[in-house]
Ligand binder design. Structure first.
Ligand code: AMP
Length: 408
């Protein structure tokens, strides 16, 4: 293995491609140092722009026609050349959302792998096609570099049948792949590894419940270092309530919406994926910061009540989900909070933890208040079970796993 050192530094370009955006970072895989990062957004519109963060400077540039992913990568390639960063890049690592049952590990992208990612678009129609756009654009922009796919579903491939099967006719699984896959796997894996180091034991001996709380939210039970259950399902709509997604509802509500209230199936899709969750309940915002501010400071009584209710339902549903994973584990070392909300909102964490006293979770107010903006650690009261706040870093995992696959 080529040890990373200052004489011979290597870096992986990490790409997370959406239908109208490309998030990128240049990461040293052995240390996690980020040399450059940025985001191209509003792609395929005339407002398309790219933001580059490099050497503590932020540059925003408009993109030129055809305003697409390739236009964004052309600006990135030029910037990498101008700053002598090209030679150190040894591979491109792509976040790919759905790897189905086929991909439990990172893989070097070949024509066959691309074809399979395309086939898996049936299970992730919003994400896999966008990920493929990124792969194709990078193959053109970085034709000499190996491209690696890291799948968001991979970490959850260790789930047992009893956790991944739905209570529906088994032929829907055997013939159509309808089962629970889970997402946010890269994040849950990263924070589990960090937790192992905080707990001072190997990951393979750690028993954890990890709560990734951001715009999307998921809870994962980790037994001896492996995912044994997770709250997101065949699609990222199942499980706890999220920013705009409902999470679990009675499936009968869908029939009621269609049969009695005149919704068509696209309306239901939009309602449950884009208009529900914190946004739907509060009728105010999907953003936790905005809701906390309204709860604590709003002079409008109705607004204040709705924000409070939305946050309380959010926390209760998460607490219930965490408690339910005591059925998946036989031991429990710690609860982990990560994601934008989990890493920063002391109010949400306290509200969740105070409903989990039966599992011996008790929060230390002082430590909880201090744990935000990158400051993590154990926020539990003395003698209570550990509650760890850990900043996630999916990009580092993608860089590290790409380097490992390529033996860099
Ligand atoms: P993510 O999807 O992981 O980027 O997380 C986005 C969510 O994190 C949004 O709901 C934000 O409001 C929330 N968030 C970020 N910073 C804070 C903060 N300081 N307090 C509360 N919520 C926050």
């Amino acid at each position: 293995m080529n040890q990373n050192n200052t004489n011979n530094p290597i870096a992986i370009l990490v790409i997370n491609c959406g239908s109208s955006s490309v998030k990128f970072s240049l990461i040293q895989p052995h240390t996690g140092d980020t040399l450059l990062s940025g985001l191209a957004e509003c792609l395929l519109t005339k407002q398309a722009s790219i933001t580059l963060k490099h050497a503590q400077e932020k540059t925003v540039l408009p993109l030129t026609s055809p305003f697409d992913h390739q236009s964004a990568l052309a600006v990135l390639v030029q910037h990498l050349h101008d700053n002598n960063l090209v030679n150190m890049i040894k591979a491109v690592g792509h976040r790919v959302v759905h790897g189905g049952e086929k991909y439990a590990q990172p893989v070097l992208i070949t024509a066959k792998v691309e074809q399979e990612i395309n086939q898996l678009a049936a299970l992730a129609p919003l994400h896999n096609p966008a990920n493929l756009i990124g792969i194709k654009a990078c193959k053109t922009a970085f034709s000499q570099l190996p491209q690696v796919a890291i799948f968001d579903t991979a970490f959850h491939q260790t789930m047992p049948e009893k956790a991944y099967l739905y209570g529906i006719p088994s032929t829907l699984y055997t013939e159509h792949g309808i089962r629970r896959y889970g997402f946010h796997g890269t994040s849950h894996y990263f924070v589990a590894k960090q937790a192992a180091s905080l707990l001072n034991k190997p990951l393979s001996e750690c028993h954890l419940i990890s709560a990734h709380l951001g715009n999307g939210c998921s809870i994962t039970a980790i037994k001896a270092g492996e995912s044994v259950d997770t709250s997101l399902g065949m699609t990222p709509l199942e499980g706890v309530m999220m920013g705009t997604r409902s999470g679990d509802i009675d499936a009968g509500i869908i029939f009621h919406l269609v049969n009695k209230l005149g919704y068509n199936i696209d309306d239901v899709d939009t309602l449950l994926n884009k208009k529900s969750g914190l946004l739907g309940l509060s009728q105010l915002s999907n953003d936790c910061r905005t809701l906390e501010d309204a709860m604590l400071n709003s002079l409008d009584e109705k607004e204040q009540k709705q924000a409070t209710l939305a946050l309380r339902v959010f926390c209760y549903r998460i607490a219930k989900s965490i408690a339910s994973y005591s059925a998946s584990l036989t031991q429990l070392d710690a609860l982990i909070f990560t994601g934008g909300i989990g890493e920063n909102s002391s109010w949400v964490r306290a509200e969740i933890i105070k409903q989990l006293g039966l599992l011996n979770f008790f929060v230390c107010d002082e430590k909880n208040t201090a744990a935000r903006f990158g400051q993590g650690g154990n926020i539990a009261k003395e003698n209570a079970r550990a509650c760890l706040v850990i900043a996630t870093n999916e990009e580092w995992v993608i860089a590290e796993q790409s380097a490992k696959l390529l033996e860099l």
